[in-house]
Write a protein that binds this ligand. Structure first.
Ligand SMILES: *Cc1c(COP(=O)(O)O)cnc(C)c1O
Length: 365
């Protein structure tokens, strides 16, 4: 079936059999059983990363509501499995720990990345070591102990794109697909192995839920579940519910916001207060632009557009990456990644284009 249909129905296949319409939210922290022999063997299977389904023994091991979201997202990304985490950063941390646990502590990554992802890799907080590369040169930096190649496309905040197909290496390629969503880009179809989302953004879509998810093959998913069980970064069931609900409107939200973003980008191109507009070739609801004047003044002047970090909500959000999303990246590295101090990043929402333009125009003037 087509993506629009799967977005509405994936993860909900059994609801009619259950006599339910809305997805049940299972808030259990523990799951009773009178058979402790059976529980012991199930716990061993869980510790080796198996998805137990049904009754997951304990809430840190798995959750039926979260599992529905995982099935749906795996389906939309064309992946065998998906594993959900409390945040996007918890998801990225689990990926790094999973490769480091196998002695593969070296990562090759392409800038720009989301500011905190850049920081996590650059600081070596999890004991990994990064080599920054261009997308074209990734192969040149691979070593025996390289565990992952990490790219973001379109990248945060410049919306620069990587030719995912062209990264033809023997090391697993992780694509942060947060900005594209499976509506615009399915990296596994393009040859990537691991797809990461900050589900906090478009998948949730309403600015009211934190989450992260990794879509991958079942072998890597097992490693991630082992890490998740031991380190405790699982998604909350209520968040699982909200994210699954978010998926059902994802295609329509992305398509509509992308149309508005394209029109705003067109108008920004010829605005005297704007010196450069950044748009990804695949389209989508993100627009970044360099302003001629003081970017802080624009942030202070918007009235309809929400001046806030994050993205992917139903309302339009604008932020100054140099102050917020990429403030944690050293100034030189930021400039090297093409992030100018006059850059503003805007996540276009579902408001009427004329109302948005009126607000942007007055803020820029
Ligand atoms: C926000 C974001 C993250 C981090 O996700 P959290 O849910 O905030 O932890 C990672 N990658 C990208 C591209 C992001 O925009």
């Amino acid at each position: 079936m087509e993506l629009n249909t799967r977005a509405v129905h994936a993860g909900r296949e059994d609801l009619t059999e259950l006599g339910l319409h809305a997805v049940p939210i299972d808030l259990s922290t523990t799951y009773p059983s009178r058979d402790s022999h059976e529980e012991a063997s199930r716990l061993e299977r869980a510790a080796s990363g198996e998805d137990l389904g049904g009754s997951p023994i304990y809430g840190r091991v798995g959750n039926p509501t979260v599992a529905r979201f995982e099935r749906a997202l795996a389906d939309l990304e064309g992946a065998e499995s998906a594993v959900a985490f409390a945040t996007g950063m918890a998801a990225l941390s689990a990926c790094l720990l999973a490769v480091a646990a196998q002695g593969k502590r070296h990562i090759v990554a392409v800038r720009p990345l989301y500011g905190t992802s850049d920081h996590l890799l650059g600081s070596g907080l999890l004991g990994t070591d990064v080599t920054w590369s261009t997308a074209e040169d990734v192969k040149l930096h691979l070593r025996d102990e390289t565990g992952l190649v990490i790219v973001e496309s379109p990248a945060n905040p410049t919306l620069s794109e990587v030719d995912i197909r062209a990264i033809d290496v023997d090391v697993p390629v992780l694509v942060d697909n947060t900005f594209a969503t499976p509506v615009l880009q399915r990296p596994i179809e393009l040859g990537a192995n691991i797809v990461l989302h900050s589900a906090t953004k478009y998948l949730g879509g309403h600015g009211d839920v934190l989450g992260g998810v990794v879509a991958c093959d079942e072998e890597f998913a097992r490693r991630l579940r082992t890490i998740r069980m031991a380190t405790g970064g699982i998604l909350h069931p209520l968040a699982g519910y909200l994210l699954l609900r978010g998926l059902s409107t994802l295609p329509i939200r992305i398509t509509r916001a992308a149309e508005t973003a394209a029109e705003l980008a067109r108008r920004l191109e010829s605005h005297p207060g704007v010196s450069k507009v950044y748009r990804p070739e695949i389209g989508g609801p993100m627009v970044s632009f360099d302003v001629v004047g003081d970017p802080h003044a624009v942030i202070a002047a918007v009235r309809l557009v929400t001046p806030a970090v994050s993205l992917g909500s139903v309302d339009t959000l604008i932020q100054h990456p140099g102050s917020l999303s990429h403030h944690i990246v050293a100034e030189d590295d930021r400039r090297g990644a093409g992030i100018s101090d006059r850059l503003l990043r805007m996540s276009v929402g579902l408001e009427d284009v004329e109302d948005l333009w009126a607000d942007l125009d007055q803020a820029l003037s």
